[in-house]
Design a protein. Structure first.
Length: 113
């Protein structure tokens, strides 16, 4: 059964914005620290933003001030608001627990210059 479903990706111009959503199964989400990760072509997957069960957040330096992670504990959902997007943000974005377990399909984000 599907446990992580990411959505909201797309093609945007540099400077644009997107909001990613992740629906997670309760056994993955409830009471857990959750994270957003990304994998660019030819690169290793990297964490982008992390949010604890009570809302504490940590961001990768390259996205600080541009990305905001949030969660809705009632809906087992995690979100990533991405503003001022740059071509370097192009990647497949995934959500997962932190540390990560099994991966979902991810959602493609492409930022054109």
């Amino acid at each position: 059964q599907v446990q992580l479903v990411e959505s909201g990706g797309g093609l945007v111009q540099a400077g644009g914005f997107l909001r990613l959503s992740c629906a997670a199964s309760g056994n993955i989400f409830r009471g857990k620290t959750m994270g957003w990760y990304r994998q660019a072509p030819g690169k290793q997957r990297e964490w982008v933003a992390v949010i604890t069960a009570v809302g504490g957040t940590t961001y990768r330096d390259s996205v600080k001030g541009r990305f905001t992670v949030s969660r809705d504990n009632a809906k087992n959902a995690v979100f990533l608001q991405m503003n001022s997007l740059e071509p370097g943000d192009t990647a497949v974005y995934y959500c997962n627990s932190f540390p990560a377990g099994n991966w979902g399909q991810g959602t493609q984000v492409t930022v054109s210059s």
